[in-house]
Design a protein around this ligand. Structure first.
Ligand SMILES: N[C@@H](CCC(=O)N[C@@H](CS)C(=O)NCC(=O)O)C(=O)O
Length: 104
């Protein structure tokens, strides 16, 4: 796996999530101020052109911060970041959605 990383709150969110889990991944840094994320070869991998993205070992590429974090949670369940029970997971997802809609 490798993380396409850049400036910005969404890549930072994935980095914070990984740090809380004690995970490290190889990263590829893109210059979003120079719009490197809006050109090939990155758009070949993530046609939406936004950051971050996670390239999986099978070659597929995940965009969307929440999808990336939930994938990492499924692959590395401890420590649980989303929650251990249905109630905890629902509360995390509620706050995450509020932050996504109203802040980021
Ligand atoms: N819905 C996307 C939003 C990603 C996003 O807005 N990324 C910003 C950086 S924080 C970005 O790529 N900005 C540069 C651009 O859109 O060209 C996600 O949740 O990952």
């Amino acid at each position: 796996m490798r993380l396409y990383n850049s400036l910005g709150p969404n890549p930072r969110c994935v980095r914070m999530f990984m740090a809380e889990k004690g995970m490290t991944l190889p990263t590829i840094e893109l210059d979003i101020l120079g719009a490197e994320n809006r050109k090939e070869p990155y758009t070949d991998k993530n046609p939406g052109g936004q950051m971050p993205a996670l390239e999986l070992d099978n070659g597929s590429v995940l965009g969307e911060t929440v999808a990336i974090c939930e994938y990492l949670e499924d692959k590395h369940p401890t420590p649980a970041m989303v929650g251990a029970t249905a109630e905890e997971k629902a509360e995390t997802r509620m706050w995450q959605r509020r932050v996504e809609l109203n802040i980021t």
